[in-house]
Design a protein around this ligand. Structure first.
Ligand code: SF4
Ligand code: MG
Length: 323
């Protein structure tokens, strides 16, 4: 099945004088129908930008995003036209994205009505059915957003996206602002919907423990580049890139009695002036001279996985200082 492929570089204007920051460089991904791809990295790695580009909200300065062979956005005279309703985005803060003065049913009906996705005489019934599909009551259509909890609002945001009958969902830190127990409920809902509706999704998160439960494959990003791409089970069993390993090491382990936490050493460098060579080299315990001079390319590291690290060249085992 033709999927979603893109290769792009984002354009940004940073305070006062215009600068072009390549928020994303050489990112090339394909997502297969029915797949859930995780996009993981620290804040500022470009994962939200990637999500917005894929959803057609930002146009890349070079490269393209296509869905079933057709572009999702078109940029002319600096204006971005989103060309498809088939990619829908779900954001971190559901309250900010819901109009506080509009009844939830109206908010849900707006997009499908405008785009003629649901016949006018069926909108009301369909919205009620959608609310039930996300575990809410149909009668909630007549309530205002402030009458709902954070978890319920995120369910409403999911229902709003589904009302557009999308082929692809982009979830950007969709459960990050929720309590852990509510997170689990919303993730379970997402898993059920995914199976029932055959959804294709990009699941953007900084949280490897959340991603593990919902994704088939995971892409790890660092400073606007893809550094590792692997099936989720393989990535969790055997992370290859030193940055991926550092991310795993920084997860507090539960149940050990003392909770291990190792922060990744060093600051995330500015995307405006990324370090030369491998952008991770100032923080990498394995960095050698080649790492400071040459950008590592994504190379195969097994049947279905790729890694961008000089230590992976020729499948060499990682040893401190080997590069
Ligand atoms: Fe570390 Fe070098 Fe690999 Fe970059 S290329 S992750 S600096 S070993
Ligand atoms: Mg973000």
């Amino acid at each position: 099945t033709p999927g979603l492929a893109e290769r792009l570089a984002g354009k940004f204007t940073g305070g006062g004088k215009p600068v072009t920051v390549h928020a994303l460089t050489d990112v090339s991904l394909e997502v297969t129908k029915g797949e859930v791809l995780g996009i993981v990295g620290e804040s500022g790695c470009g994962k939200s930008t990637l999500g917005r580009v894929i959803a057609g909200i930002h146009a890349p300065s070079s490269g393209s995003v296509t869905l079933n062979g057709k572009p999702v956005a078109d940029e002319r005279r600096g204006n971005i036209h989103k060309l498809t309703t088939q990619v829908q985005m779900i954001h971190q803060d559901p309250f900010a994205s819901l109009n506080p003065r509009m009844k939830v049913g109206e908010t849900l009906a707006e997009g499908p009505r405008y785009h003629g996705i649901i016949p006018a005489d069926q909108v009301r019934a369909r919205i009620r059915a959608l609310l039930e599909q996300v575990g809410l009551e149909g009668a909630y259509a007549d309530r205002l957003p402030h009458q709902f909890s954070g978890g319920q609002r995120q369910r409403i945001a999911i229902a709003r996206a589904l009302a557009m009958e999308p082929e692809v969902l982009v979830l950007d830190e969709a459960v990050a602002s929720l309590d852990v127990s509510i997170q689990a409920q919303v993730l379970n809902l997402f898993m059920d919907l995914r199976h029932d509706l055959g959804l294709t999704a990009l699941f953007i998160s900084h949280d490897l423990s959340v991603v593990r439960h919902v994704c088939d494959r995971v892409a790890i990003m660092y400073l606007g580049r893809l550094v590792e791409l692997a099936p989720a089970d393989q990535l969790y069993a055997d992370p290859r890139h030193p940055y991926t390993r550092a991310l795993f090491a920084s997860i507090p382990t539960v149940g050990t009695g003392r909770g291990r936490f190792e922060a990744i050493k060093g600051e995330i460098p500015s995307p405006i002036a990324p370090p030369p060579g491998c952008a991770f080299h100032p923080r990498c315990p394995f960095a050698g001279p080649r790492c400071r001079a040459e950008v590592p390319r994504l190379t195969e590291a097994g049947a279905a996985r790729t890694v961008a690290c000089h230590l992976n060249d020729g499948g060499v085992e990682m040893q401190k200082g080997a590069a």
